[in-house]
Ligand binder design. Structure first.
Ligand SMILES: [Zn+2]
Length: 66
């Protein structure tokens, strides 16, 4: 039985839940009109990502770098 692995999974699940429920207004780069993760043009200039999946990917990579 690996308690550490189980704890990490639940932390990741909690973080994923927070990402999907939190408004996309965390400190970060200004919106450019294009998805910061995949580069797709965005209809709403106030958005920074085309989808929650792209936001999650970008934030994961950003966290990975810092
Ligand atoms: Zn995207």
């Amino acid at each position: 039985m690996d308690v550490v692995d189980q704890a990490q999974v639940s932390m990741e699940q909690l973080a994923a839940l927070q990402e999907t429920t939190r408004p996309a207004r965390a400190p970060g780069p200004e919106p450019t009109g294009y998805c910061l993760n995949c580069g797709d043009p965005l209809a709403d200039p106030g958005r920074r990502w085309c989808s929650p999946e792209c936001r999650d990917d970008w934030e994961w990579f950003d966290a990975f770098l810092h």
